[in-house]
Design a protein around this ligand. Sequence first.
Ligand code: OAD
Length: 235
Amino acid sequence: MNDIRNIVVLTGAGISAESGIDTFRDAGGLWEQHRVEDVATPEGFARDPELVQRFYDARREAVRTVTPNPAHEALARLDAGWEGHLLIVTQNVDDLHERAGAKRVLHMHGELLSALCAKCQARHAWSEPLIDRPACPGCGEQALRPDVVWFGEMPYEMDRIYAELRRADLFVSIGTSGAVYPAAGFVRDARELGARTLELNLERSEGSYWFHESRQGRAGELVPRWVDEILSIEG
Ligand code: OAD
């Protein structure tokens, strides 16, 4: 472990579960309550924009009421203390990594607290509802949509993610089922590129086989313990 310098961490809905945000695929998760085709595809948005805006307005409102948990706080501690390269790639659209204090965070599936203009493609920090079709602060068109990557759309900053995976000595996946590509493929790519790979998840994920090591448990317990381990090798 002493030769670890560069780390890529991938997080998913499981890291925010203990803060009270529903995951997608667990029992009672978001995809049991809503049809993916209706609320997470460009076709669903074209069919019924009001339904989609209401869904994301409610999620944006809900994140205001929750707070980061010990797993987010531990990653913020890692970010502050780790001198090598570190990138926290999150599939989550909440802002709990940032609110815990992490800086080196990349939201590959977009952010609830951002709006994307379908006309001029500008992204704007946004905390209000979109249901009433406010004008884009850039071009003035009433064309703002949630800045969330839907199925069939390209995740953000894939080039930057792969640049970090190429130089990673360690790839750690936290609280994700491994069901959605391209994120689900990062473990295999990181491993083939030479990184050690570690999974921290409530249960074995779909891609568990690809990890050198898999630890099962709650993120709020596993992540602080792992961060203590990794920071102790630097000091
Ligand atoms: P999922 O809901 O698919 O998976 C959540 C994972 O977290 C599961 O493997 C759970 O076992 C695990 N989990 C639950 N509670 C946990 C806890 N307290 N501690 C640790 N692990 C826990 O969510 P994601 O993998 O993030 O995409 O889903 C990936 C993408 O699918 C999302 O970003 C979203 C969704 O469709 C888009 O919206 C584009």
